[in-house]
Ligand binder design. Sequence first.
Ligand SMILES: [Zn+2]
Length: 315
Amino acid sequence: MGVVVGVDIGGTKVLAGAVDPDGRVVRTASRTTPGRRGVTCEAEDALVSAVLEAAGGRAVAAVGIAAAGFVDSAGERVVFAPHLPWQGEPLRELLAERLGCPVALDNDANCAARAEAHHGAARGAAHALMVTMGTGIGGAVLLRGEVVRGASGMAGEFGHMQVVPDGRPCECGRRGCWEQYSSGNALVRRARSLMTEQASVLASGGDPDVVTGPMVTAAAEQGDRVARAAFASVGDWLGVGTANLVAALDPEVVVIGGGVSAAGELLLAPARDALSRTLVGAAHRRVPRLVAARLGPRAGMVGAALLAAEGQPRR
Ligand SMILES: [Zn+2]
């Protein structure tokens, strides 16, 4: 019996892993990807070669792909991806022909949510939301145990919900989007702004522009007041936006993933406070658990393998 391989492909790296039926990663392989300016066949070459190495010489039964971009609702194409070279090619079919096995395709946040639902922080929950905090905010909706892709495949793009009318301009061309107030970029922006007004270990380099998200996290862990205030702000906005999502979808659990979630309670404690404070009917309902993702940077890859395995007989 062949192996199921999950692949997470982003702007800089493709990570492939043979994943067993219990979600354990048996063997991984990675390649650099050519990015947006590269040609599509180079990205496909990198992907195929990583899949074969991850399979370790065994036959490949099925491949799941988690792509950092918009994937159509049928799971056939990457419609648009800011950091990948594909734009509407029938990628699933092309790769299935080339690899000689079934291929499944979805976006990375949906795949990460699948992995967290089966093996991570949302295990056992029928209704769950995933909010992924990286540079911006992505996410996924899980209802009755199924990922909801939506009519255009774009469900879960929570980062562009407007939370402040006429607020900060966003890269999407609109104003006041949630990710302008709660994301890795928002965290860094807030810290840079506060450090011009208050003493902070972040100012030791002299130049606010060199401050990064991990630097803010490290400073906050050391008790730096500016860094802690930046997390309090971003965490508060995380809770406010989550309250809107919970009002619409009523999940049991909200899983916070992405790079910023590595800060743990620095982010989650203020978010829980804001969620309880702003959620409609909070006194009369169970406020959903707000927890950190468990599977880390492998979640997309594991979830892609789960998606591929859905069409396979249980081994
Ligand atoms: Zn936006």
